[in-house]
Design a binder for this molecule. Sequence first.
Ligand code: GLN
Length: 498
Amino acid sequence: MSDDVLTSLEACRASLRAAEAAPGELLEEALRRNQALDRGDRPVHAFLSTLEPEAEPADGPRGLAAGESGDESSLRDVPVAVKDNLCTPDLPTTCGSRILEGYRSPFAATVVRRLERAGARVLGKTNLDEFAMGSSTENSGFGPTRNPYDRERVPGGSSGGSAAAVAAGVVPVALGSSTGGSVRQPAAFCGLVGIKPTYGRVSRYGLVAFASSLDQVGVLSRTVRDGAVVLETIAGSDPRDATCQDRPSPRAEALDEVDLEGRVLGLPDEYLGEGLDDGVRALVEDLAREAERAGAEIRRVSLPSTPLAIPCYYVLAPAEASSNLARYDGVRYGVRAQGAPDAATLFARTRGEGFGAEVKRRIMLGTYVLSAGYYDAYYRRAQRLRARIASELRDVFEAGVDALLAPTTPTTAFRLGEHASDPYAMYLADVFTVSANLAGLPAISIPIGTVDGLPVGGQLLCPPWEEERMLGLAARLEERVAWSPPPLASRSDTEVGA
Ligand code: GLN
């Protein structure tokens, strides 16, 4: 099987069509590649659990015999990876937390069911920062994931396992989730496309809640087109999620209908200022010039509340998390502390032993900002600020900007442990991504170059429900950038993918 068989939906289809690979073989190949990445003293560790290869018949349980159906779903028999905060009955769902070690959901998340209905095969569940709280995957209760491009560095987070799995060529596409940037940020660190849909575009049923008013399932892929195919498959209303709206799915086909010519791209001053790595800034400016050459107008805009987005997010997200995580008490889910003499001790011990440091920090922050004496000073103010951030963005779009162009992250992938003792430095990794979550907007990160051999992401933000425009513009920029990933082992001496 060719080296790049698992790098795109098209490559998978081509090898299935050429009968180079029987349907089950693609899955086995993916499992083999994953095992190879986990050997040695610096394992990538993209997955927390995978299917047993022999557990399924070679032609798979859902695959149709050739000619049985006219449905040429581009996902049929394609191995995909799913973040371990999406419920699956066939594999554990741990959210990267010891408190859910071994937990198995009785049902599948809507997005997982939709992928499987399209014929995709869920190969395994990917590593994440515990309950999706983090930007490096180091907060996982089961050990970190390493960046396949440099194993001394983080893949980003919290969907770091999904990003590493796609970047290392184990699967062509993967699902992640974004509360403040957890799809775009790891996409940027791993040279991938990361799509965060409009809030309400994709069902959250079966996505374990972190901050419900911000959470949204997203897609990691190598190309805009593959991401669009997955988004089209998983989007759409769901009676089980009242926040998921009844709108037609963005069509992957619409990519070709969008042009840069005549479009207005807004470049926000606040996204290009202090704290941004010079190399990253230069690549974003190159991208803007490239767009101009293709006939787009670049307009400088201002979003003055941008510096307040991180403080706003780190009041609201922990507040919602502190409430959502109250359910882990050792009674209904997962692990239970042994030998507690009464219920209160059972709850306290289970939570004390089961949650990691960052999760505890967020629960404390969240209960603090919601408490009677501080609610007005913190929670209510942050809610107002959220409304202001959203209205500044709305105003920019209403003034004729088609999309905002910005860096995805201030730096390239940092070293493992670099921010371990400074949570605030870690929080700043999301400075350019949280606004889209706070305002509920769709956003995408695409690879735009490398700095010192490490991938850099550029971001587009669009008005709500404008995914087709966003994906089309991203596809045109992708063509112009023509980025090709550096060799996997370029920055580390470990052998990969062998
Ligand atoms: N890094 C951010 C956080 O720690 C965002 C996480 C996310 O999007 N899930 O909360």
